[in-house]
Design a binder for this molecule. Structure first.
Ligand code: GLN
Length: 495
């Protein structure tokens, strides 16, 4: 029999229903894996919650015995440490939230628990979700299970992408069956791409942001990272939905994403945006992209060329808007209400000392940029202009979707880089998101599916982009791509 930690969520749900194993057994298998020294050496968890997990698993078995099992009953998950979890320390991987224990639960985690999911622990990330490698965390950097036979001791520690670094690493390493992530500019899709996992950022407004620590409110979205498209559909169905506690969540029905998996791509029009063939694109990324297009063509889709003319402005626009919103959102960490407080001679002194000690370098850089672009005299030149260009980027997509049903692009420029690489050059790091930020600016959904392995043995994914609130079409196309790609490579470390 397949190891319990190797099952997909879909397989585990069936196994639990058939009483092949219990939720307690499934959870114990994952807890045992998590607690191995080589697993702990990857710095994936910021907090392990075995007691909560065992209690939830026990309750799950009781519910099942009573015939009341939910859609994800007994499934062990990792929760990104950006989601507020009631009574459980939540840090955003920042020193400034050192010992912050929320008194409430985020809507998305509540929905998962209501469906029966089990929380194994909170997982590592870039500080306040700012980064692409999990390296700006105030904890140790997250190490990818793809790094080597013993990742923690490997010669070269690779990143599992970011900012949802612990989410992608835990799922790839088989320490968790699925994980929650968040995506402001690519933080679900890029980590999925470099760890050989599936990640979807739904349409802005599809999932509630209530209880998710804010980075850039007009861009942030919650979504799952899993090992199969079917698992992502299952998790999305639970996570999505209107929430009156989030004024930007949209009151529209959530389709049955699992049912969408059986659909056909015959006659579907898939656009290939020429502007994504950026200068100096990695030849392997380009080849994979063409291969992916061929797979969809073979499955009956029609591949057409499209244009998204304002693509080249997406990164600069993102790096004006995201820091602007972040500087405003992070103003609340002043040493008065949450977490860390450093002593000062007077109130201003205390603010400054707390913020200096509490925020890491990248977060400070973003706050400075954000404050600058919002300040009088620069607001028109930067922020207002960026908002206008953002609209043009969105219009590009609206035009493109008059011709096609989904768009296929690379998900990340290359395979996983090493910890330490790109760290001294923020612009290199920002380029990691060149294929993903456009969607956040336009509010559109995107899914990353693992499609191939590069010559260096590391996984590579492709991204499908959909119309607003049309995640169902994305699941249909992603399932077809997954089926054709038959990706089955495993990281060096698996539980
Ligand atoms: N890497 C991007 C950034 O640093 C995106 C992060 C994210 O999506 N949270 O801002």
């Amino acid at each position: 029999m397949t190891k319990l930690t190797d099952l997909t969520i879909t397989e585990a749900v069936a196994g639990l229903a058939a009483k092949k194993f219990s939720a307690v057994e499934l959870t114990d298998a994952h807890l045992a894996a998590m607690e191995r020294p080589d697993a702990r050496g990857m710095n994936i968890f910021t907090l392990e919650t075995p007691d909560i997990a065992r209690a939830q698993a026990k309750q799950s078995d009781a519910r099942r015995a009573a015939g009341q099992a939910g859609d994800m009953d007994g499934i062990p998950l990792a929760i990104k440490d950006l989601y507020c979890t009631k009574g459980v320390r939540t840090t955003a991987a920042s020193r400034i939230l050192d010992n912050f224990v929320p008194t409430y639960e985020s809507t998305v985690t509540q929905k998962l628990f209501d469906a029966g999911a089990v929380m194994l622990g909170k997982v590592n990330m870039d500080e306040f979700a700012m980064g692409s490698g999990g390296v700006t965390s105030a904890f140790k950097p997250t190490i990818s299970p793809w790094s080597g036979p013993n990742p923690a001791a490997a010669a070269r520690h690779l990143v599992p992408g970011g900012s949802s670094s612990g989410s992608s690493a835990s799922v790839a390493a088989r320490l968790a069956m699925g994980a929650t992530g968040t995506d402001t500019g690519g933080s679900i899709r890029q980590p999925a791409s470099v760890t050989g996992t599936v990640g979807i950022k739904p349409t802005y407004g599809r999932c509630s942001r209530y209880g998710i620590i804010a980075f850039a409110s007009s861009l942030d979205q919650a979504g799952p990272i899993t090992r199969s498209v079917a698992d992502a559909a299952l998790m999305m169905r639970v996570m999505a939905g209107f929430d009156e506690k989030d004024s930007t969540s949209i009151d529209t029905p959530v389709p049955d994403y699992v049912a969408a998996l059986g659909g056909s791509v015959k006659g579907m029009k898939i656009g290939i945006p020429r502007e994504y063939r950026i200068d100096g694109i990695n030849p392997e990324t380009d080849a994979l992209w063409q291969k992916g297009a061929q797979m969809l063509r073979d499955a009956g889709a029609e591949i057409i060329d499209i244009t998204l003319p304002h693509t080249k402005y997406a990164l600069p626009v993102y790096y004006i808007i995201a820091p602007a919103e972040a500087s405003s959102n992070l103003a609340r960490y002043d040493g008065v209400r949450f977490g860390l407080r450093m002593p000062g001679e007077n109130l201003n002194d205390m603010y400054a000392a707390t913020r200096f000690a509490g925020f890491g370098k990248e977060v400070r850089r973003r706050i400075l940029i954000g404050t600058y672009v919002l300040s009088a005299g620069y607001y028109d030149a930067y922020y207002r202009k960026a908002q206008r260009v953002r609209r043009l980027i969105r219009n590009d997509f609206l035009d493109a979707f008059k011709q096609c049903d989904a768009i296929l692009t690379p998900a990340s420029p290359g395979t996983a880089f090493a910890i330490g690489e790109k760290q001294d050059d923020p612009l290199q790091m920002y380029l990691e998101d060149v294929f993903t930020v456009t969607l956040n600016l336009a509010g559109l959904p995107g899914i990353c599916v693992p499609v191939g392995v590069a010559q260096n043995g590391l996984p590579m994914g492709l991204q499908l982009i959909g119309r607003a609130f049309d995640e169902a079409t994305l699941f249909t196309a992603a399932a077809a791509l997954e089926k054709a790609a038959m990706f089955n490579a495993k990281p060096a470390f698996t539980a």
